[in-house]
Design a protein around this ligand. Structure first.
Ligand SMILES: NC(=O)c1ccc[n+]([C@@H]2O[C@H](COP(=O)([O-])OP(=O)(O)OC[C@H]3O[C@@H](n4cnc5c(N)ncnc54)[C@H](O)[C@@H]3O)[C@@H](O)[C@H]2O)c1
Length: 295
């Protein structure tokens, strides 16, 4: 495997492109606009600079990583030589079905098609293609260059050979792959999202403020980040769509998204990426001001 196409240059896509490129793979990074691609490359450069300052990489590795990444606004051109396509576009089922239909048409017949979806059925995504045995979930964690886990999700038809290839490839990226089956939310989000939703519900019910809720979990439970800050970091739109997938998939009210989360997404308050969520990021991503608007 040499040529990797990554669809989507957002939070996850640019991290995935970074990790493949840093490990010597040629990456074609695809997004809808030049602006999104430029923003992705700027972010990769910033993350490489951080690794350089910490002496985790050399200047030569930084430059080689950037050289290994090509950018495309055309999916057809971006996937035509791919050995593996990793889709990391917006978390929306219709969109992913459309993308997989297109990449099935344009990528080489033997290419493996992976999705970084947080919750959408791999089996459903695979059904949009004529190669369901070659479709697999490759769920990286945020931030991709730092986090070790890759949740490898086998769809109903994913072959043993494809699963093994992707497990081995993840090891070559110096990640730890764990194999799970294809049910809504898989493992990571099935456990994480109800906790984040409960933190939002706790705020919504007026039990405590943002600062108190986050610090109860940080200081009391040893979590490195409070649940509301983590929801902002993941993206509130992403959290909402994952909860909706689990709510629809299990028909169980315990996954029903909190009305406050729904309102915030409708208001465009998506967390770090929009400049405001439970915290205000307008001045600096580091200087977090607490918004008590919701309590
Ligand atoms: N944010 C997280 O913490 C996180 C963690 C694990 C997995 N994921 C999953 O990763 C995927 C991407 O999430 P994200 O947080 O990077 O989203 P994001 O909104 O930051 O980025 C999505 C990118 O996809 C692009 N895009 C949309 N349609 C496209 C198309 N047809 N072709 C090419 N590009 C297209 C958008 O322009 C945008 O740049 C989702 O499936 C999400 O569930 C997210």
């Amino acid at each position: 495997m040499k040529n990797i196409s990554v669809i989507g240059a957002g939070t996850m896509g640019n991290g995935i492109a970074h990790v493949f490129a840093q490990n010597g793979y040629t990456v074609n990074l695809i997004d809808l606009s030049e602006d999104s691609l430029v923003a992705g490359i700027v972010n990769i450069t910033k993350n490489l600079d951080r690794l350089l300052v910490k002496e985790k990489i050399t200047e030569t590795i930084k430059n080689a990583t950037l050289t290994n990444i090509n950018t495309f606004t055309s999916t057809e051109k971006g996937v035509k030589n791919a050995d593996l396509v990793v889709e990391a576009a917006t978390e929306n089922e219709d969109l992913k079905l459309k993308i997989f239909k297109a990449i099935d048409q344009f990528a080489p017949k033997n290419a493996i098609l992976a999705t970084n979806t947080s919750s959408i059925s791999i089996t459903k995504i695979a059904s949009a293609t004529n190669r369901p045995e070659k479709v697999i979930g490759m769920h990286f964690m945020n931030p991709v260059p730092i986090m070790k886990l890759v949740e490898i999700i086998r769809g109903y038809s994913t072959s043993d050979q494809v699963t093994k290839t992707i497990m081995d490839l993840s090891l070559r990226l110096k990640k730890t792959p764990l194999e799970v089956n294809d049910y809504p939310g898989f493992v990571a989000n099935r456990i994480l999202m109800p906790m984040l939703n409960e933190a939002i519900e706790t705020l919504y019910n007026g039990v405590a403020g943002v600062y108190e809720i986050d610090n109860v979990m940080k200081l009391g439970m040893g979590h490195p980040m409070g649940p509301l800050q983590l929801a902002d970091f993941i993206g509130l739109d992403i959290c909402l769509s994952i909860l909706n997938v689990m709510y629809d998939g299990f028909k169980n009210s315990k996954y029903a998204p909190c009305p406050l989360l729904v309102n915030m997404v409708q208001a465009g308050k998506l967390g770090i990426k929009s400049g405001e969520g439970f915290y205000d990021y307008s001045e600096s991503k580091k200087a977090i001001k607490i918004s008590n608007r919701f309590i």
